[in-house]
Design a protein around this ligand. Structure first.
Ligand SMILES: NC(=O)c1ccc[n+]([C@@H]2O[C@H](COP(=O)([O-])OP(=O)(O)OC[C@H]3O[C@@H](n4cnc5c(N)ncnc54)[C@H](OP(=O)(O)O)[C@@H]3O)[C@@H](O)[C@H]2O)c1
Length: 268
């Protein structure tokens, strides 16, 4: 299962999973864009087992519905790629009353992964790969929803650091379960990321011609998701197919886990 699979790095990775013969579940929020990607991936891979599930990941109820839609049809899951993300030029509040970038880029992934853990465990060996970024900034636990001061880089950087801390905390909690959890930085990639990003988005667009293709950008993700070299490796941050040092912090990851349980309505 790949979120944000209708575009960019997610679509390039999903295409490669389908080419490897996997039953590939595309998660997209837009029916039309999702259906176009589904057809293109089927054609490029020659694999008819490419399915589309619709979910707007800014809504926590929709994440729950996505999980029940998935479980209605499938009782196995070997790979979950948390890839969807957005950059917002100004602060957007979701219908749950939360800041949108925090939810789409992190909290929905926290909820989705936790709700799929039983299936991932019963399908072990299985893998979770979180697509993060080198733009991982500070987490302000006193203003997680950025009510006191918003800017696009700060919110994006916070959400990407949250994914990294989540990766490490979940990896520790899943010790010996047969489910590994890693995160990857794809590098700078020519995609739609930043289209809603205001001034920051304009900067990203100007630099796009110098960025790598989505196919190249998906390489590390596909490697961490599928390579036998990564069997049993968990709680790591990868860039260019290599493990790199990451800003893991035991206290922050525990604190973020507790806050995320409350915000997502999960019971400990
Ligand atoms: N591009 C880079 O240079 C770069 C660098 C570092 C990290 N990354 C990371 O790479 C990942 C993939 O991004 P990308 O560069 O491939 O960008 P992209 O082409 O914009 O893809 C982002 C995907 O997320 C989806 N998405 C956004 N909001 C959503 C929502 N509310 N519900 C469901 N899906 C939603 C988008 O759907 P729509 O098409 O409907 O908007 C799209 O499919 C992200 O995690 C990003 O942070 C990218």
């Amino acid at each position: 299962m790949v979120t944000g699979a209708n575009s960019g790095i997610g679509k390039a990775a999903a295409t490669q999973f389908a080419q490897m013969g996997a039953t590939t579940i595309l998660v997209a929020r837009d029916q039309r864009k999702g259906a176009i990607a589904q057809e293109e991936i089927k054609t490029a891979s020659g694999n008819e087992s490419v399915e589309l599930l619709l979910a707007d990941l800014s809504s926590l109820d929709t994440v729950r519905k996505l999980v029940s839609d998935y479980k209605e049809k499938h009782d196995k899951l070997h790979l979950l790629v948390n890839n969807a993300a957005v950059v917002e030029g100004s602060r957007v509040v979701t219908k749950d009353g939360l800041e949108e970038v925090f939810v789409v880029n992190y909290l929905s992934q926290f909820l989705l992964t936790n709700l799929l853990l039983d299936t991932l465990k019963s399908s072990a060996p299985s893998r979770v790969v979180n697509v993060t970024s080198s733009v991982h900034a500070h987490i302000d636990f006193n203003d997680l929803q950025m009510e006191k001061g918003y800017n696009a880089i700060k919110s994006y950087g916070q959400s990407k650091l949250a994914q990294i801390l989540f990766t490490n905390e979940l990896a520790q909690r899943l010790n010996d379960s047969g489910v590994t959890v890693n995160c990857v930085h794809p590098g700078a990639v020519r995609t739609h990321l930043g289209d809603e990003g205001g001034i920051v988005g304009i900067g990203i667009k100007l630099l796009r011609p110098f960025y790598q293709s989505p196919e190249k950008g998906a390489e590390t993700l596909v490697y961490v998701a599928t390579s036998p070299e990564v069997d049993g490796v968990t709680g790591k941050y990868f860039y260019k197919r290599k493990e790199k040092a990451a800003p893991f912090n035991k206290d922050d990851q525990q604190r973020l886990w507790d806050v995320s349980m409350k915000l997502s309505g999960l019971k400990g």
